[in-house]
Design a protein around this ligand. Structure first.
Ligand code: NDP
Length: 365
């Protein structure tokens, strides 16, 4: 049967969703593009409370619309502070039900690393985009399982490496990539803080939860070495040690390590829960540059050998990160930090641990 609709009428209707099949078009309903995504925070601990929830209030493309928590006493506080309806409150047992909740587009996993795989996979299987905090997980297999779940469910996955969104860090990344001052020859970088007052049963003291300096803070120098060089790590070696044995019974307090990259570039790295250290120094064939501090929430700044000052960014790092990640989803392009980036760091963490167990031998990846 011929359609009686003329071209003018067709054009008049074409701004609205039409029953396209009646015109012989494929039966595809194009979802309305969202400008703002609903985010549910999973795990309402220090980072969610102190940085992510306040950061979400400053974003342009995200809204805190849901929570997943195992602590009932936190629910009324969060509901009131962030205007979260009962229907958007979940616990770890029922969080898969978020699948039917159109308010929520993104699950942001902020639980201890040992639970990242479980919670990220539930989020992906519910059809939600997944933002997963660093370190991505405790094993390479868990990282792969998260990537597989995201791929299977066609949702985006990104890891919460906020430094890759920070403007001065982005400048340094571009120097390395473009060889602005010639090829990178050497990297020195460290991230650490003096842990004090943590309860003995805190996850940061449990290896199965991703505790210890190397998992918790070591991924900063690992990731920084990798983004400064834009090269692949070929081998790693390191030594793990503990000074306060009464605190660090099962995990490392400090790990010093070296990464050997393609082109024989060496990164000399340190991470610690016993010492405040925070820098990234890069030497190149024709110059140098550094960030000091290199991974704090504020004041990341430094200098370049040509006299350029890398003045600290005054915005909110986490807000910028979450807006970038939301825009990647909205505009359907890859996120700045894909899951594979997080997985590569865990592969390196494991190699450093193996090296320490073997007396500091190089472990080839
Ligand atoms: P906290 O210990 O403060 O919070 C973790 C929260 O996870 C808890 O409050 C709890 O929330 C939930 N949780 C669920 N199961 C457990 C469990 N078995 N043991 C302990 N907590 C549990 O940790 P942080 O907020 O400091 O860190 C969380 C994640 O964020 C980690 O992956 C960490 O590495 C990362 N992080 C990232 C930072 C960054 O700059 N990118 C900075 C700081 C942390 P609830 O009570 O709601 O269930």
């Amino acid at each position: 049967m011929k359609s009686h609709i003329n071209r003018k009428e067709f054009l008049k209707m074409s701004g609205t969703v039409m029953a396209a099949a009646s015109f012989g078009f494929p039966n595809i309903i194009i979802p309305k593009r969202k400008d703002t995504l609903g985010v549910a925070l999973v795990g309402l601990g220090n980072y969610s409370t102190g940085l992510l929830a306040p950061g979400l209030q400053l974003t342009q493309h995200c809204e805190l619309r849901g929570i997943v928590t195992g602590s009932p006493e936190k629910i009324p506080v969060w509901q009131e502070r962030h205007n979260i309806p009962d229907a958007n409150v979940y616990n770890y047992e029922n969080m898969h039900q978020v699948a039917g909740n159109d308010d929520i587009d993104v699950i942001y996993v902020v639980t201890p690393p040992g639970l990242h795989a479980e919670h990220s996979i539930i989020g992906a299987n519910a059809g939600k985009h997944v933002w997963c905090e660093k370190p991505m997980a405790v094993t390479v297999e868990e990282c792969q399982a998260i990537i597989d779940a995201a791929t299977k469910n066609r949702v985006q996955l990104t890891i919460g490496y906020r430094m890759q969104h920070e403007p001065n860090t982005q400048t340094i990344i571009s120097y390395g990539k473009n060889e602005t001052f010639g090829p990178v020859t050497e990297v020195r970088t460290a991230a650490g803080y003096r842990a004090q007052g943590l309860p003995a049963d805190d996850w940061r003291f449990k290896p199965e939860m991703g505790g210890g300096a190397l998992y918790d803070m070591g991924v900063y120098p690992i990731n920084a070495s990798r983004y400064s060089t834009s090269k692949k790590v070929v081998a790693a070696r390191g030594t793990q040690r503990v000074e306060r044995e009464e605190m660090f019974r099962r995990v490392d307090e400090t790990t010093e390590f070296e990464l050997l990259f393609e082109d024989d570039i060496i990164a000399t790295c340190k991470t610690s829960m016993g010492e405040n250290v925070n820098y990234l120094e890069v030497d190149t064939e024709e110059g140098w540059y550094f960030l000091r501090p290199a991974s704090s929430y504020t004041n990341v700044g430094g200098e370049v050998s040509d006299g350029t000052l890398l003045e600290p960014y005054t915005g909110h790092q986490q807000a910028r990160q979450m807006d970038n990640d939301a825009l990647a989803i909205i505009e359907n392009r890859p996120p700045i930090v894909p899951g594979e980036d997080g997985m590569e760091d865990i592969r390196i963490v494991k190699a450093i641990m193996e090296s320490s167990d073997k007396g500091g031998d190089w472990i080839y990846l």
